[in-house]
Design a protein around this ligand. Structure first.
Ligand SMILES: C[S@@+](CC[C@H](N)C(=O)[O-])C[C@H]1O[C@@H](n2cnc3c(N)ncnc32)[C@H](O)[C@@H]1O
Ligand code: SF4
Length: 461
């Protein structure tokens, strides 16, 4: 029997609704609640149980309507950037060559499993670390092996991530020959002072020239990452970054807000008085708005709260698949995957990953069962990511049950509601998009803490 839905009994906290403020963009929430939105699952399984579970998942020829992707991790960088938490191993030719041989084994063992052959992959992402630090021959072999051993959709997006430094013509040609059709380069900023402080290689001019050469070839989709909130950045230098981005002719651009973490190079530089404290969240919000307005003025298409496309070539398919609950096969030390309602991580350290492969075991460090309605949650997170929520996307009952939350979002300047029969939707404002992760997490909390609202709306349907 369903419990009657009493709007007065709803739990609505500030973490869900944001708070009233004259500048919601800057102050609706105190801080971003994390890099990504989503609910955790059950406590992790034991290593033995995780290995068994992965065996049985890979033995099934099941297909998923959500689509699937391959993620391959390359945990090496030549330099540790001052803002970054992804650095794991200093790149050396020998270490990378050993890793590469094992990586191919990890890939090939997984590729022959029934699950891997059951459905074409829609996207492949080689991420890191800095995959462009692989040699031209390794880049070619990796791309070629993936094509040979896995079924790929005809329009599969195949991305190589990395940086422009030392990504020479030989590597670009080898990557194209091996089927890579998208490149995602971390630029962070074009400004030489900002770059040097962040320990980025190359000054503005050679970097821009290299990027322009690649885009002018028109041989693949080229996307870049920019960051806002880095030491020495100002509204003016940011404006120049935005203009440089368009002048470079890229197909896509991510704007990432600096997430400061304990023990970063930035923290140490501030402690040692080498730099002043970088800007706070309200100041960063203004840079987000500046970027968002500039791109809108220049006709870019906003694909997610942090990603824009300058042309139809850019689909950013891997990112949208990963955010909306697609299945992901993970290969390499430190790679994370998602299969049939289970989330898993491979060991971050090379040693245990290598040992597992050499012992013919699945290299799983952690596995957990996702919440029962994880696909609905993923649809909701994906909708907040794009800035548009509709009943078709997030489920009619959840959409109706969240009306009191939506009303608060509107009141707080975070969303605009359009409630008309047949066209209901909630569109996030620029402020709402800036706080997209908080809003997705807030809505998940709201649905969790008000199950009677969802139940009543399901019964009424
Ligand atoms: C895994 S990194 C790989 C990038 C590539 N190795 C490079 O050097 O540009 C991917 C992206 O994460 C972003 N990133 C890294 N650290 C970050 C931080 N602390 N806050 C926000 N974004 C960050 C950067 O924009 C970076 O391009
Ligand atoms: S930004 Fe790239 S190169 Fe720099 S430490 Fe992070 S992953 Fe490595």
């Amino acid at each position: 029997m369903s419990t009657p839905f009493d709007p007065c009994s709803l739990t609505l906290t500030e973490a869900m609704t944001g708070r009233p403020s004259p500048s919601p963009l800057q102050y609706a929430f105190a801080a971003k609640t994390g890099a990504h939105a989503g609910r955790g699952g059950t406590p992790p399984m034991t290593a033995g149980a995780a290995r068994q579970q992965l065996s049985s998942l890979l033995a099934q020829s099941s297909a998923s309507s959500q689509g699937r992707a391959l993620y391959v991790h390359i945990p090496f960088c030549r330099v540790r950037c001052s803002f970054c938490n992804f650095f794991k191993y200093a790149a050396s030719a020998e270490l990378m060559a050993n890793y590469f041989d094992l990586l191919l084994l990890d890939l090939e063992r997984k590729a022959v499993q029934p699950w891997s052959q059951a459905q074409p992959f829609d996207a492949v992402y080689i991420g890191g670390g800095t995959p462009t630090d692989l040699t031209a021959a390794q880049i070619f072999t990796l791309g070629q092996r993936i094509q040979q051993c896995l079924p790929l959709a005809d329009d599969c997006e195949i991305t190589l991530e990395g940086r422009l430094n030392k990504f020479d013509d030989d590597k670009f040609a080898s990557a194209l020959k091996a089927g890579f059709n998208r490149f995602s380069f971390g630029v962070q900023s074009f400004d030489t002072q900002v770059r040097r402080a962040a320990k980025r290689l190359d000054d503005r001019e050679p970097l821009l020239a290299q990027l322009k050469r690649l885009t002018a070839s028109n041989a693949a989709t080229i996307a870049i990452d920019l960051m806002y909130g880095l030491p020495h950045q100002t509204a003016d230098s940011w404006q120049q970054d935005l203009e440089d981005t368009l002048s470079a002719g890229v197909d896509g651009v991510d704007l990432y807000q600096l997430i400061q973490f304990k023990g970063s190079g930035i923290e140490r530089d501030v402690e040692k008085g080498r730099i002043t404290q970088p800007m706070d969240s309200p100041q960063r919000a203004l840079l987000y708005q500046q970027g968002s307005r500039y791109f809108a003025q220049h006709g870019l298409k906003q694909l997610s709260y942090c990603h824009w496309a300058t042309s139809n070539k850019e689909r950013s398919r891997y990112n949208s698949l990963a955010k909306s609950g697609a299945e992901i096969l993970a290969v390499g030390a430190g790679a994370g995957g998602s299969l049939a309602g289970f989330g898993y991580m491979q060991p971050r350290d090379i040693e245990p990953w290598q040992q597992a492969i050499e012992n013919n075991q699945w290299p799983v460090a952690m596995m957990m069962v996702k919440p029962a309605n994880y696909l609905q949650d993923a649809a909701l997170v994906g909708a907040c990511d794009t800035g548009l929520l509709t009943p078709a996307q997030i489920g009619a009952a959840r959409f109706r049950a969240a009306q009191p939350l939506f009303a608060k979002w509107q009141q707080h300047g975070l969303a605009k509601l359009n409630i008309q029969a047949g066209q209901d939707c909630v569109e996030l404002t620029t402020a709402g998009k800036f706080w997209s992760v908080n809003m997705a997490n807030g809505m998940l909390q709201y649905l969790n803490q008000n199950p009677q609202a969802v139940e009543a709306c399901e019964t009424a349907a």
